[in-house]
Design a protein around this ligand. Structure first.
Ligand code: HEM
Length: 414
């Protein structure tokens, strides 16, 4: 990427660089290395939104727990700004109740309630089922000459797992997937309009499922969300719906990228791939390194300045958007020796791929387990796996927040 393509850092410039562009997604690391060095607070666009990128490890870490930054935009808006907000249908407003967009004390309250429903024991119990699902998906592609790893494996695996965990049927989960992909399109006016009917149908479906669980409880997360109670506190129906959608989207739109971009990284580093194939017991540190290296989530989600403050000489004004760039922190040379090398046994490896602080990824144990089982099975059962196209021609999705391939064509046979 040339220096000219990086927009002017001046606020309000029409030439701001858009970090959702597919060309940027393909290799964002050289830009972030320059920004860490020269412009650690950099003004850029994320689709329609505009704000400040923080790229240094220490700044990212600090931002993720900085009390001057709010998750909820409503916290930083005055009455006048709120009255100027564009109209939003009630069913979408309800989704703002998701905990990732909330600050304490409400965030802590929601997280405590769902954490009880989402226990590590529940995740551990999934191990045989995840291995079986991964095995079935490999059975389906083993005899084929060529596959798309995203479509045929990396997407259906976490989608089915989160669907089963929630208690959503296979048929409904395909619909969920289509709709959640729409939710992660760059938020242009056109896309928002396209999304509305889909989101309406999705929230209606979730409400129906939750209502059914009220009457006929089952051994699933939907039922746990309906029943969860602590100290007399419960989730409202809007909060239950927002929670289901958050778990559904966060539960597969991220892990798909860890499995597919992680496999791409291994295929591009044959000596590391051979090492892992020979030492499957090293899969835990290997997945941590793939998280650091591939960055399935490129930036943390939105945070807004509650007050004016100055960072590295740049004034960040109250109400402005701040994005902590996890993908940059994870390649920061001050924290990781040879940050651009893939070293599966890297220790220590204090990557920030799952965030940090109060919003640290609730699904990290599940994501880790899925990737560990999936990657080891792929390597063991498909020994001839290789890229079917030159790496330079791979297409990356132009999404905010997450970073992932549209498709990963691989050859399977000898
Ligand atoms: C490789 C896979 C994954 C990655 C890299 C990832 C990354 C992240 C990150 C960076 C955050 C914090 C965002 C921020 O602070 O702005 C987060 C939050 C969250 N993640 Fe994940 N995630 C993954 C998989 C999952 C899975 C499988 C689930 C659910 C089953 C999940 C559920 C959540 C939830 C509910 C939150 C919000 C937590 C809160 O607000 O307290 N994630 N994730």
């Amino acid at each position: 990427m040339s220096t000219e393509s990086v927009g002017s850092p001046a606020a309000g410039s029409g030439r701001l660089f858009d970090i959702t562009r597919a060309e940027h997604k393909a290799d964002p690391f050289p830009l972030y290395a320059r920004l860490r060095k020269d412009q650690p607070v950099f003004r850029a666009k994320m689709g329609r939104m505009e704000g400040w990128l923080l790229t240094r490890y220490d700044d990212v870490l600090a931002a993720l727990k900085d009390p001057r930054l709010a998750k909820s935009v409503r916290q930083v808006e005055g009455a006048v700004e709120q009255s100027k907000r564009p109209w939003m249908p009630a069913f979408l407003q309800a989704l703002e109740n998701n905990m990732l967009d909330q600050d304490d004390p409400n965030h802590a309250r929601l997280r405590a309630l769902v954490h009880r429903a989402f226990t590590p024991a529940r995740v551990d119990r999934l191990q045989p089922r995840i291995a079986a699902l991964a095995g079935e998906l490999i059975d389906g592609v083993q005899a084929r000459g060529e596959i798309d790893l995203v479509r045929d494996f990396a997407l259906p695996l976490p989608l089915t797992v989160i669907g089963e965990l929630l208690g959503v049927s296979k048929k409904d989960s395909v619909r969920f997937q289509r709709l959640s992909q729409a939710a992660l399109l760059p938020p242009t006016t056109f896309n928002v309009l396209r999304m509305l009917p889909a989101m309406w149908a999705l929230t209606r479906m979730v409400r129906q499922l939750l209502a059914e669980r009220q009457v006929h409880p089952q051994d699933d997360l939907l039922t746990a969300l309906v029943q969860v109670e602590e100290g007399g506190d419960r989730l409202t129906v809007d909060e239950q719906v927002a929670m289901v959608l958050l778990l559904l989207i966060a539960g597969h739109e991220t892990t798909v990228n860890l499995i597919s971009s992680g496999m791409l990284a291994l295929l591009q580093h044959p000596e590391q791939l051979s090492f892992l194939r020979a030492h499957p017991e090293q899969i835990k540190p290997a997945v941590e390194e793939l998280l650091r290296f591939a960055n399935p989530v490129e930036t943390a989600t939105e945070r807004y300045a509650k007050e004016d403050f100055v960072l590295h000489g740049t004034t960040i004004r109250r109400g402005e958007l701040v994005l902590a760039v996890l993908a940059s922190a994870n390649r920061d040379e001050s924290q990781f020796p040879q940050p651009n090398e893939l070293v599966l046994t890297r220790t220590p490896n204090r990557h920030l791929a799952f965030g940090h602080g109060g919003h640290f990824c609730l699904g990290a144990p599940l994501a880790r387990l899925e990737a560990q089982l999936a990657i080891n099975l792929l390597l063991a059962r498909l020994p001839n796996l290789r890229l079917a196209v030159p790496a330079g021609s791979l297409r990356w999705r132009n999404t905010p927040v997450v970073r992932g391939l549209s498709a990963l064509p691989l050859r399977v046979g000898p």
